[in-house]
Design a protein around this ligand. Structure first.
Ligand SMILES: [Zn+2]
Length: 296
């Protein structure tokens, strides 16, 4: 593939590159295991690799299932000026906006709720394959809810002349700097209302959109273009991407925002897994036929 075409793919099609980037999604699911209590930890630890490897299945599914894309984002401005005006419950939202609009504008908070209840059912049935697959999926959607550009219609800076910022923020920055992040998190906390919590998360994340765009815009205006982009080899292909120098300045200007969002993604993933297990009556996770062979 010619570099120019790769550039187009990476910079103009953020969702093709995968939300949070494959790297961060995998790390988040893997690290969430360490927040779990005793009754869950052993089973999840045994299957850590599965949870990591399948963290990106929902992104891959977009190619085969056209209804998948809307599950990963919420274009708040397409619904309302203020996020608080969007009905919290799915049936109320369907009544107000209709399914067609919702499938264009995104359904992320409701998708989190749906995945949560699928996981509760899997625990109730003590179906190890389903527990793993829905845990992996739920971790993915919860992680997307921590990415500011997943909560705005300007999801790749296409409305502000900042195309490419989506993959830059959620893929390039964690790949470059997450080695230095502090991922020591406490034990998972119980969430009593998964839908309300999902809305809280998305609302909080949405508040960061302006900073994500403005800080890049300010830095960009004082940075010569030849120092902003460079070519490097990635999976045996030459790709154009932000230089390390520009990336570091942008990353530092956000004052640990990427780290905080990634930590929160891990914390919430562990908390939702734990809460689903509690809501299912804390079934024993011992004695499953191993290794389980989950299928999508
Ligand atoms: Zn996603």
């Amino acid at each position: 593939m010619r570099p120019v075409l790769i550039f187009v793919i990476l910079f103009l099609c953020p969702f093709c590159a995968g939300s949070w980037g494959f790297f961060a999604h995998m790390r988040i699911n893997e690290l969430a295991v360490f927040t779990l209590p005793e009754g869950m930890y052993t089973f999840y630890k045994q299957n850590r690799r599965y949870l990591r490897d399948h963290a990106v299945d929902p992104d891959k599914r977009r190619y085969a299932d056209t209804s998948e894309a809307a599950r990963h984002y919420l274009d708040v401005e397409h619904y309302e000026v203020c996020i608080d005006s969007i009905p919290r419950k799915y049936p109320d939202a369907v009544k107000k906006y209709g399914l067609k609009k919702m499938n264009q504008s995104g359904i992320l908070p409701w998708q989190i709720q749906q995945s949560y209840y699928k996981l509760v059912r899997a625990f109730q049935q003590r179906d190890s394959a389903k527990i793993l697959i829905y845990s992996a999926y739920l971790g993915h959607y919860l992680s997307d809810a921590q990415v500011p550009l997943h909560t705005t219609a300007n999801h790749d800076g296409q409305l502000s002349g900042q195309q490419g910022i989506h993959a830059f923020w959620e893929s390039r920055l964690p790949e470059l700097f997450s080695e230095d992040y502090n991922f020591l998190l406490g034990k998972a906390q119980y969430i009593s209302d998964p839908l309300e919590e999902a809305w809280k998360m998305v609302s909080k994340t949405h508040l960061l959109v302006d900073s994500v765009l403005q800080l890049d815009s300010v830095l960009n205006s004082s940075f010569p273009i030849y120092r902003k982009y460079g070519y490097s080899k990635r999976k045996n292909k030459v790709v154009k991407q932000h230089t390390e120098g520009y990336s570091r300045l942008y990353h530092d200007s956000m004052k640990h925002m990427v780290e905080r969002q990634m930590r929160e993604a891990i914390r919430k993933t562990g908390a939702y897994w734990y809460s689903a297990w509690v809501d299912a009556g804390q079934p024993t996770l011992k004695g499953f036929p191993l290794p389980p062979v989950p299928s999508p």
